[in-house]
Design a protein around this ligand. Structure first.
Ligand code: HAM
Length: 420
């Protein structure tokens, strides 16, 4: 075989692209009803942005970044996620000088050097939303409800919202010590990764796949029981606002997320039917990220969804998206003169916003009819010498079989009437 696509990447062909487009269009529609506007940031950034933003001790920064030196000797990284870039763009362009909050959404490719498996790729796509400049708990509930709204509108079922508060640096410091104290007698029982995490990032022990079912995990101190007063009040208000919207959640003290920038609210929406990679979206508050990246104290919250995982869930749950990939008319021709006439009609019909196609390969009438079927044509006409001489043609409704003779000069008008 010749050259093949890099491991962990995928080509998307038209029969699937229509699903992606459907998802993207629905996202734009729903997100705009919550007044989120689209932002597009570069696909690569200065490496330091992610090192500082996501955190030096995270798996993403330690193992998974596509980092290279460009020809100018700069260290560049393909974005592994969107939040750090959005915050950088917000700060760099002084958007904080405008009326706040600022609500953005984005759709695009992200890159992580992970071991590919079902639902996990090296180039994957996220759609995400971020709110900057507001720390009101109502915004936390809004962002969660926005994500769930989109998934429900797609028809997804059996979703679980897991909710936690990871506190602020103040209460996390106290909690961290408490946690280290708790795990100390079990150090030997932890997996080797977690023994390593013990000093550097003990909270990550809580969501370790290898250790999470061990007995001592269930009695570990819960962060949401150790919050400072401010974080506790905030968390209570987030829960109150979710209740106001009738959104159910599962309190999950082991939800710590894989990125270091989170403060207070953290959440994930899970569909268990997906197997090992079952998180459809994750997010939370990141009130310290702007400070880390640009020295400004600006609160933020957001989420990102794996688009491949949404589409996998749609497939898994047998949901038929209302996608129409039909064409309006297929013109079958007999002979060279008909082909030339049809070619002119095609141009006129397309300019009238109709979706039309014909055969260019000089095939038999029978195989042209098959092509019309393959293209999901709603109507077809046959043009031959007879039709051209008489100036008439028969429009056939491919579904009902109904046929109507029309004057050829009225073809555009007649077709427009049928499609509207
Ligand atoms: P994340 O949890 O790293 O968060 O990723 C969010 C979602 O992206 C995951 O729940 C998953 O659906 C999808 N995802 C992640 N890695 C892969 C992969 N290798 N292959 C396929 N899908 C994947 C973030 O990225 C944060 N920026 C979310 C956020 C926004 N937090 C605040 N604002």
């Amino acid at each position: 075989m010749g050259i093949i696509a890099p491991r962990g990447t995928k080509d998307i062909f038209p029969e699937d692209t229509v699903k992606w487009q459907y998802l993207e269009n629905l996202t734009k529609k729903i997100f705009s009803s919550y007044n989120y506007k689209e932002i597009r940031t570069p696909i690569f950034e200065e490496t330091a942005l992610f090192q500082r933003g996501i955190g030096e001790t995270t798996d993403i920064v330690e193992k998974e970044m596509y980092t290279f030196e460009d020809k100018g000797g700069r260290s560049i990284t393909l974005r592994p996620e969107g939040t750090a870039s959005v915050v950088r763009a917000f700060l760099e362009n002084k958007i904080y000088g405008q009326a706040q909050p600022t609500k953005y959404f984005y759709i695009g490719s992200m890159f992580r050097y992970e071991r590919p498996q079902a639902g996990r790729y090296r180039e994957f796509h996220q759609l995400g939303a971020e709110v900057l400049g507001a720390d009101n708990p109502a915004i936390d509930a809004e962002i969660i409800s926005l994500g769930i709204h989109l998934l429900e509108e797609l028809g997804l079922k059996d979703l679980e919202l897991h909710l936690n508060s990871v506190g602020c640096p103040k209460c996390r410091k106290v909690y961290r010590e408490k946690l280290m104290e708790y795990f100390k007698p079990y150090l030997e029982d932890l997996c080797s990764d977690c023994q390593d995490r013990y000093e550097r990032n003990p909270l990550r022990i809580l969501d370790c796949k290898a250790d999470r079912d061990k007995e001592f995990m269930s009695t570990a101190p819960k962060i949401y029981e150790e919050l400072c007063e401010e974080c506790e009040t905030h968390f209570a208000n987030v829960k109150k606002h979710l209740d106001l919207l009738g959104i159910d959640y599962i309190l999950d003290a082991n939800l710590v997320r894989g990125l270091d920038y989170y403060t207070k609210t953290a959440f994930e929406v899970i569909y268990k039917g997906l197997g090992a990679q079952d998180t459809i979206f994750g997010g939370g508050r990141y009130d310290g990220l702007a400070q880390e990246v640009g020295g400004k104290d600006i609160p933020g919250i957001g989420f990102a969804m794996g688009m491949e995982r949404i589409l996998l869930t749609i497939e898994e749950q047998g949901i038929e998206l209302p996608i129409d990939d039909s064409i309006d008319l297929f013109i079958t021709t007999i002979g060279e003169r008909a082909e030339e006439e049809a070619f002119k009609y095609l141009a006129k019909l397309r300019k009238a916003d109709l979706k039309v196609e014909m055969d260019y390969l000089g095939r038999s009438v029978k195989s042209q009819m098959k092509t019309a079927d393959r293209n999901n044509a709603n109507y077809s006409i046959i043009l031959g010498e007879d039709e051209l001489d008489k100036g008439v043609a028969t429009i056939r409704n491919m579904k009902s079989g109904e046929q109507v003779e029309i004057k050829l000069e009225n073809l555009v008008e007649e077709m427009t009437k049928r499609i509207d």
